[in-house]
Design a protein. Structure first.
Lengths: 602, 181
C-alpha cells in the first residue's frame, strides 16, 4: 500500500496534523485501514490507540470500508418531516443495501448522519463531500445510478443555489433562503472599514466599544463578548489566539452557513478586529466538516483580503499589527461545537471537552489564551465598530441588544434565515415565516426548549428564550413523542462518552421514554424521567449532558397532558419484561417445548 | 412488633454480595439480635415460612428460575433491595447481552475445543431452568425499592442500609461507602 505511505508523508511530523492525515487517508481509501493506522502513528509519533481513537470518534472517519461513494443522509427530525423515509428507501433499493452498510459491489455506502445544516431544504445528504438538498425518491435513485455509472457526485448537481452558491469555487445546490435582511449583518458594509477603525484606536477602546454595545455571544450561551476579549487580553502570554466557532451542529441551525457563504469577509474582518483587541497574531476558523464544500470559497476570501492588505503583515496599514487566519476542518462531531472540545479537535485530537476552569481565555488553543467566538458574534462585532455601540444598543431589548440571525425550518411556508431584533415574539416570527397554526416550536434546537401554543407570546431574547438560532416549527399533526425520541437518539449518538451520566443516562432516559410511549409507564416512571433528567444535567461536565434531557423535561412541562394520557393510573409498577418472549430462544436452542413455564426448581 | 424478618437470594450472581454480608464480622452477632432470617442461603431455609420485611437480591435474572425466585421475593417482602452491580445493572453475566443467545450456547456447548466430541449437545433436561434471551436487571422484572451499588457493596454499606431500613431513617452514606475506585 505505497499510496497510504505517500499520503501520510505529505503531512508534517506533527501530532496536530492527525485529523488532516486521517481525512486524506479516509478520502483516498473510503476508510482508514489498519496498515495506514500504523503508518500514521509512526509518522506523527503517536500510539496506534491515539490514531484509532480519533478514527472512531468522528462520524466521517471509519475503520471499515464506507464504499467507493458514500451517502450521508441527514437523520434530523425535520428531514423526517420532509419525507426522509421514502428517500431513504429509494437509496436502499437502488444501492441494494440497507443504511449503515455498503452495497455488495462495494460501490455505494449508505449512512445516516446528524443535522448537516440544511434544515430549510430537507431531506438533504452529503455524497462524497457534495451537498444534495430537497431530495426526492426519484433524485435519490438517479444519484445512485449516476454514481454507479461513474459520474462523480459533483457532476450530478443539476441546479445551483442562489448568491455565492453559484460561484465557481462553491457550485452548490444549496439555497441561502435569506428571508429577512436586518441592519446589522445584512446592512451595507464597506470591507475593511471596521478593521481600519479598530487599528486607528487602542485595543482597550475597541473592547470598551464592544462592551458598551452589550454584545452577547450569539452561539446561545450569551457570554459578554467584550468581557471575554478583555479576559483574554489581560492574560500574560507569548501568544494569544482568536478561534471562530463555525461548527454549528445544533439540529435546525444553519445561519452560520449563510454568513460563511455570503459574508465571509465580514466574518474574517470581525476575527481580525478580535485579534487586534486581544493581541493575537493568528486566527483559526474551525469549520464543521459538513461545510467543507465552502472551504475553497473561504480560502479565496482570505486571499483576497490579504491582497487588499486587510490580513497579513501590517494589516489595515497598521505597522504594529499582523494578523492572519487559518482554517481547520472538523470531521463530524456535534460535541465539537462546545468550545473546549472544539479546541481539542482543532489541535488534532478527539473532540472531548476539557475540564473548566481553566477557561479558554486563559488556556485555550495550544494551551495559550484564546477567545472562542461564534461566527455571528464576530461578524456582528465588526459591524458594531463601524456603526457604533449606541446604534447597536438602540435595537433589541435592554438586556439583549441588537439583532439575531434565526434559522427557521419545519412546518412553515417560508423556511430560511431571518435577521430580527431581539424581543420578537414567537407568534410574530411564526407570522413572518408562514407557520401560524403551529402546535409547538422548538427554540434552540434539541438542547433548547419546546414551546407549546400557550407560550407563543414568549420572546426571543437572553432573558426569555435564549437561542443559538435554531427554530423548528411543528404543525398540528406532528407527534411530540416522535420528535422527543429523535432528539434523544441524537444525544445518545453525539455524547462523547466521557461522563457516565451522559453516556448511560441518555440511553436510560430514551428507554424509559419508549416504555411510557408504549403504554407501559406509570406515574413512577414519569418521576424517574424527571429525576434522572435532572441528574444527568447536574452531573455532566459540558453543555451536551447539561442540556440533553431538555427534550423530555421541556415537553413534560409544555405538554403534561400528553404524558399523563400515556401512563397507567393507580398502578405501582408495570414491567416491560415479557417472560414468554425472553424464554423463546432458549427453548428453541435446547429443543424444549416453548410452553415451558417458569417454575421454582427445588 | 417482633424482630424484622430478612430474606436473601442469589440469582445470576457470584455469591460475592452474600460474602460481603458475612463480612460485617462480629456485627453479625448484633444483626442476629436485631433481625430474624427467613428464606436465605445463610440459614438454608428453602421456602418462605412467613412474610419478610426486607428482601436482599444478589444477581440479575439469567434464567426462568431466577425470575420465579425474584417474583416470589416480591410477593413475600415488604422492601425489596437490589444488592450489588449484577442485581442493579446485570453485571458481568450481562456481558453476554451483546451476543445472540444462540451463539453463546453454541460456543459453550457445541464448538468449544474442550467439549467432548461425543457430548456436543445443548443441555435440555427438563429439570434445568431455561436460559433467558439476555440477562435482565431485577428492576426490569419486578418493582425494586432500594438499590445498593458496588461489586460487592461493602459490608459497611450493607450494614448501614439494613439498619437504616429497620430504623426507618434516611441513609447516612459516608463518602468512602459509595466511592468505588
Amino acid at each position: 500500500m505505497a499510496k497510504a505511505k505517500d499520503i501520510v508523508h505529505r503531512h508534517p511530523k506533527d501530532p496536530a496534523a492527525l485529523l488532516d492525515v486521517v481525512r486524506d487517508v479516509q478520502a483516498a481509501f473510503g476508510h482508514v485501514p489498519d496498515e495506514a493506522v500504523a503508518r500514521i502513528a509512526a509518522h506523527l509519533k503517536l500510539s496506534e490507540a491515539e490514531v484509532r481513537g480519533a478514527v472512531t470518534f468522528y462520524h466521517f472517519f471509519s475503520a471499515d470500508p464506507r464504499g467507493a461513494s458514500t451517502v450521508y443522509l441527514n437523520d434530523s427530525i425535520t428531514s423526517r418531516m420532509k419525507g426522509r423515509a421514502a428517500v431513504a428507501k429509494a437509496f436502499e433499493d437502488e444501492a441494494g443495501c440497507a443504511f449503515g452498510r455498503v452495497s455488495g459491489d462495494g460501490r455505494i455506502g449508505l449512512f445516516p448522519t446528524s443535522c448537516i445544516g440544511m434544515n430549510d431544504q430537507e431531506p438533504s445528504a452529503i455524497v462524497d463531500g457534495v451537498v444534495f438538498t430537497r431530495l426526492t425518491p426519484e433524485s435519490a435513485r438517479a444519484l445512485v445510478r449516476g454514481l454507479r455509472e461513474g459520474r462523480p457526485a459533483a457532476s450530478q448537481v443539476a441546479e445551483l443555489g442562489d448568491g455565492a452558491n453559484q460561484s465557481e469555487l462553491v457550485r452548490a445546490m444549496v439555497a441561502n433562503n435569506i428571508r429577512e435582511r436586518g441592519p446589522v449583518l445584512f446592512g451595507a458594509h464597506e470591507s475593511g472599514a471596521a478593521l481600519r477603525k479598530a487599528v486607528g484606536t487602542t485595543p482597550e477602546k475597541v473592547i470598551e466599544e464592544i462592551k458598551r454595545a452589550g454584545l452577547l455571544g450569539r452561539g446561545g450561551a450569551g457570554f459578554p463578548t467584550g468581557l471575554k476579549w478583555e479576559f483574554c487580553r489581560r492574560e500574560k502570554a507569548v501568544e494569544r489566539f482568536v478561534v471562530c466557532n463555525a461548527d454549528e451542529g445544533e439540529p435546525g441551525t444553519f445561519k452560520d452557513r449563510v454568513i460563511l457563504t455570503e459574508l465571509p469577509r465580514l466574518l474574517f474582518e470581525g476575527m481580525a478586529v478580535a485579534g487586534y483587541a486581544v493581541g493575537a497574531r493568528t486566527g483559526v476558523l474551525y469549520l464543521r466538516s459538513e461545510y467543507a464544500y465552502l472551504r475553497a470559497h473561504l480560502e479565496a476570501a482570505l486571499e483576497a483580503m490579504r491582497q487588499d492588505g486587510l490580513l497579513g503583515r501590517a494589516a489595515a496599514g497598521s505597522e504594529g499589527f499582523s494578523f492572519d487566519i487559518v482554517i481547520k476542518s472538523g470531521a463530524g462531531a456535534y460535541i465539537c461545537g462546545e468550545e473546549s472540545a472544539l479546541l481539542e479537535s482543532a489541535e488534532g485530537k478527539r473532540g472531548e471537552p476539557r475540564d473548566r476552569p481553566p477557561f479558554p481565555v486563559s488556556s485555550g488553543y495550544r494551551n495559550l489564551p484564546t477567545t472562542v467566538n461564534n461566527v455571528e458574534t464576530l461578524a456582528t462585532a465588526a459591524r458594531i465598530l463601524v456603526e457604533g455601540a449606541a446604534w447597536f444598543k438602540a435595537m433589541g431589548t435592554p438586556q439583549s441588544a441588537g439583532t439575531k440571525l434565526l434559522s427557521v425550518s419545519g412546518d412553515c411556508g417560508r423556511p430560511g434565515v431571518y435577521e430580527v431584533e431581539y424581543g420578537l415574539t414567537l407568534a410574530a416570527l411564526l407570522e413572518m415565516a408562514g407557520g401560524a397554526g403551529a402546535k409547538a416550536v422548538q427554540v434552540g434546537g434539541p438542547s433548547g426548549t419546546c414551546v407549546a401554543q400557550d407560550g407563543f407570546g414568549r420572546k426571543i431574547c437572553f432573558s426569555d428564550l435564549a437561542t443559538g438560532g435554531s427554530v423548528i416549527v411543528f404543525g398540528p399533526e406532528r407527534d411530540i413523542f416522535e420528535i422527543v425520541g429523535n432528539f434523544m437518539d441524537f444525544f445518545v449518538e453525539e455524547s462523547c462518552g466521557w461522563c457516565v451520566p451522559c453516556r448511560a443516562g441518555n440511553v436510560l432516559l430514551k428507554k424509559k421514554l419508549e416504555k411510557v410511549v408504549r403504554g407501559l409507564g406509570t406515574e413512577a416512571d414519569l418521576r424517574d424521567l424527571e429525576a434522572w433528567g435532572k441528574l444527568v444535567k447536574a452531573t455532566s461536565r459540558c453543555g451536551l449532558g447539561q442540556t440533553s434531557p431538555n427534550p423530555i423535561l421541556t415537553t413534560m412541562k409544555s405538554f403534561p397532558e400528553l404524558y399523563a394520557a400515556k401512563v397507567r393510573k393507580g398502578e405501582d409498577f408495570v414491567p416491560e419484561f415479557d417472560l414468554e418472549a425472553a424464554l423463546r430462544t432458549g427453548c428453541e436452542a435446547a429443543g424444549r417445548r416453548p410452553e415451558c413455564k417458569e417454575s421454582l426448581h427445588e | 412488633m417482633g424482630k424484622p424478618v430478612i430474606a436473601t437470594a442469589s440469582l445470576a450472581g457470584c455469591f460475592g454480595c452474600h460474602m460481603s454480608i458475612l463480612d460485617i464480622d462480629e456485627r453479625i452477632l448484633r444483626l442476629v439480635e436485631l433481625v430474624e432470617f427467613n428464606k436465605s442461603p445463610i440459614d438454608d431455609i428453602k421456602r418462605f415460612t412467613k412474610p419478610a420485611d426486607i428482601g436482599l437480591i444478589e444477581g440479575g435474572c439469567s434464567n426462568s428460575e431466577n425470575v420465579a425466585v425474584l417474583r416470589d421475593f416480591r410477593k413475600n417482602c415488604r422492601v425489596l433491595v437490589s444488592l450489588g452491580e449484577c442485581a442493579v445493572m446485570g453485571g458481568l453475566p450481562a456481558l453476554r447481552n451483546s451476543i445472540p443467545l444462540k451463539e453463546c450456547l453454541e460456543e459453550a456447548y457445541l464448538n468449544s475445543p474442550t467439549v467432548d466430541p461425543g457430548e456436543r449437545v445443548i443441555p435440555n433436561d427438563e429439570d434445568l431452568p431455561v436460559i433467558l434471551d439476555k440477562v435482565y436487571p431485577c428492576h426490569e422484572v419486578v418493582k425494586i425499592d432500594c438499590f445498593l451499588p458496588g461489586c460487592p457493596p461493602s459490608a459497611d454499606l450493607i450494614w448501614e442500609a439494613l439498619t437504616a431500613i429497620i430504623e426507618g431513617r434516611p441513609l447516612n452514606l459516608a463518602y468512602d461507602l459509595i466511592k468505588f475506585d
